[in-house]
Design a protein around this ligand. Structure first.
Ligand SMILES: *Cc1c(COP(=O)(O)O)cnc(C)c1O
Length: 382
């Protein structure tokens, strides 16, 4: 039915008050990368994250990772360990600094960094003469990684963790918000994320000094002087006061939208309940609470009479419904093919058999019926 509207994986969903904050910015002429909306958005995020955090609003999540690596002292030639199964935004900043990514496989319960392969990687890099400077761990699709186990390895070798929580705003591990476990936490407000500022990100810090340093680096590292004086290389990474206005409005509906995304996950659990060989990705235990930014499934063709991930993806496409394979692991990407990799193929298998499904908080009952119909027709006409 190409005449029907396209159903997207994840599209922006405004709550309604965003325009008021943006209008106020125009009315008061705060059309700049600072102002009341930036401050207000930061305090909204601090309150939401809890744990006495200090938040700096930035132009993107990728910019936040870049500044986190700089503040952890990463320099050209250093090595940084990162999970291979992720979006390139987690890893590209390693390259911006002339440092080297060391890639680690996932474990199969949370799909995130495997603590065993992490330790194997660290030990091997140390043996080769270089201790990694930073560990970048990612909560993919909103699912918290094995925080305790990863932290255990990180503290054993005294390596700071940069926590990529770009997809996990509102997710919790043992009741504590994702984005608050690392030396630095990273958030993203890109257009497809659980809340959006059209484009934006944030650094979650654990001290006022860290926040101050983040803002300093994000505003061209201007020293304290009446003229422009610079002793450090800076960046232009601050968030616009207009965008931050959108963010303040989005914060008012964040928890409601998480509830709706989680309801989409339940919808899929139900839709695939009687279909052998399809598993919906869910929390492995009560310790984990996912915002279910994207709902995803794995398809085992041995149990589906050969119906594959690609068959379902094409059937959705024909009905004007977007779906997408899971992230292609970074060690399989041409840009990172020379990076050392430690693993046994969990991430590869996820990429081969997994599919992300429409997950937005703005999907309607009609949308769900169209999705259900595609699933039913494909798996019942086999
Ligand atoms: C979106 C995303 C980023 C980057 O955030 P941007 O705001 O798009 O720069 C980093 N890591 C992950 C896992 C993401 O999904």
């Amino acid at each position: 039915m190409s005449s029907s509207n396209k159903i997207w994986l994840s599209s922006p969903h405004m709550g309604g008050t965003e325009r008021n904050f943006v209008a106020e910015a125009f009315d008061t002429n705060w059309v700049a990368p600072l102002g009341p909306n930036v401050n207000g958005f930061e305090s909204d995020l601090e309150l939401y994250q809890g744990q006495d955090t200090h938040v700096a609003a930035l132009s993107s999540g990728t910019a936040a990772i870049h500044l986190a690596l700089i503040q952890c002292g990463v320099e050209a030639g250093d090595e940084v360990v990162c999970q291979s199964f992720t979006f390139c935004g987690s890893i590209n900043p390693i390259k911006y600094l002339g440092a080297k990514p060391v890639l680690v496989d996932s474990e199969s319960t949370t799909w995130n960094m495997c603590p065993i392969h992490l330790e194997e990687a660290i030990q091997d890099r140390i043996k080769q003469g270089k201790k990694p400077k930073v560990i970048i761990a990612v909560h993919l699709y909103g699912m918290p990684y094995q925080v305790d186990l990863i932290n255990e390895v990180a503290s054993k070798y005294d390596i700071p963790v940069v926590e990529d929580s770009a997809e996990a705003l509102g997710s919790t591990y043992k009741g504590q918000k994702c984005g608050t476990f690392g030396r630095f936490g990273i958030l993203s407000f890109n257009g497809n994320k659980i809340i959006t500022t059209s484009g934006g990100g944030a650094m979650v810090c654990h001290s006022q000094e860290d926040k101050k340093q983040t803002v300093f680096l994000a505003t061209q590292a201007r020293d304290d002087a009446p003229h422009y004086e610079h002793t450090t290389i800076g960046y232009n990474y601050r968030l616009s006061n207009i965008s931050a206005g959108v963010g303040r409005g989005q914060m008012e509906v964040l928890d409601k939208h998480i509830g709706l995304r989680r309801a989409m996950n339940s919808f899929y659990v139900n839709a695939f309940r009687d279909i052998d060989g399809v598993t919906v990705f869910q929390e492995p235990s009560e310790d984990y609470y996912s915002n279910h930014w994207l709902s995803a499934i794995l398809i085992d063709t041995n149990k589906t009479n050969g119906i594959s991930r690609e068959d379902l993806r094409h059937a959705f496409a024909k009905a004007n419904i977007e779906s997408r394979p899971l992230w292609k692991p970074m060690h399989l990407q041409p840009i990172f093919k020379d990076a050392p990799y430690y693993g046994t193929g969990v991430a590869e298998e996820l990429f081969e058999t997994g599919l992300c499904l429409p997950s937005g908080s703005n999907l309607t009952n009609d949308d769900r019926e169209r999705i259900q119909k595609v699933i039913f027709e494909l798996f019942n006409n086999k």
